[in-house]
Design a protein around this ligand. Structure first.
Ligand code: NAP
Length: 246
């Protein structure tokens, strides 16, 4: 269905859940994939084993996307290690839920640092990498929470709304260089991130979704690959919802 042969993709949080499905779909479509993870080496190694058939095109990198200096260092070595960057998927994300009145400053900061500042850090150096080739596809994974807001998720919602603003602004800056920047906004997707939902709440949320189920990481990956296609050149600054109609 897709052909990304000869292209290199960088996927943050790319070794499990939604990011793992994105990396898998890109590998299956012929891309070279640099999959970044934060620290879960066990899951990263399991992912490498699963992808043995594409092992020569998969590279794992441990990197905290919220650490500006570490991201700068990663990109300063990028050229020598990988050479090109056609597709950047900013998927790494975390939750630290609490109502605002009870939220610690640390939990506010950490979620903004990883989800929003991490996206900025990767976009800044990723765009520099893409500029000289005058081509690129950047896809940032946001959430409907940024638009609607959810009780107990002010930090997460603010970070996800911020990603949309960053995406729209950056898309205007890079358009002349044929670099598009878009968001994919997944609804409830069956992953570790929402595994702690109490059963009754999960049942209620499923019932709220018009298609009456949670989505799969593979369904999100499909939307990401669509935006990553060369043919998607006229889609820029957009947010593609993958929510089952939520
Ligand atoms: N699941 C949903 O229902 C849903 C809905 C809407 C939006 N989203 C968004 O989709 C994205 C992926 O969600 P998910 O459900 O797949 O999450 P997940 O299962 O919790 O996986 C998160 C991934 O992000 C990585 N990560 C976390 N902090 C990082 C950091 N500081 N630097 C680099 N990587 C980091 C993790 O690395 P390790 O493996 O090393 O821990 C992991 O690979 C997130 O941006 C999330 O906000 C998810």
């Amino acid at each position: 269905m897709y052909n990304f042969s000869g292209q290199t993709a960088l996927v943050t949080g790319g070794t499990r859940s939604i990011g793992g499905a994105i990396s898998t779909a890109l590998l299956q479509s012929g891309a070279r994939v640099v999959a970044v993870y934060a620290g879960n080496a066990e899951k990263a190694e399991a992912f490498r084993a699963e992808q043995a058939a594409h092992g020569d095109r998969l590279f794992l990198e441990k990197l905290d996307v919220s650490d500006y200096a570490a991201v700068e260092k990663f990109f300063s070595a990028y050229n020598d290690k990988f050479g090109k960057l056609e597709i950047l998927v900013n998927n790494a994300g975390i939750r630290r839920d609490a109502i605002v009145g009870m939220m610690s400053c640390e939990d506010w900061r950490r979620v903004i640092d990883v989800n929003l500042t991490g996206t900025f850090n990767m976009c800044k150096f990723g765009v520099q990498q893409m500029m000289s080739a005058r081509y690129g596809r950047i896809i940032n994974i946001t959430s409907p929470c940024g638009h609607f807001g959810f009780e107990g998720q002010a930090n997460y919602a603010a970070s996800k709304a911020g990603q949309v603003g960053l995406t729209r602004s950056l898309s205007k800056e890079t358009a002349k260089r044929k670099i598009t920047v878009n968001c994919v906004s997944p609804g409830f997707i069956d992953t570790d991130l929402i595994a702690d939902l109490p059963e009754d709440l999960a049942k209620k949320y499923k019932n709220d979704v018009p298609v009456k189920r949670f989505g799969t990481p593979e369904e999100v990956a499909h939307a990401v690959l669509f935006l990553a296609m060369k043919e998607s050149a006229y889609i820029n600054g957009a947010t593609l919802e993958v929510t089952g109609g939520l």
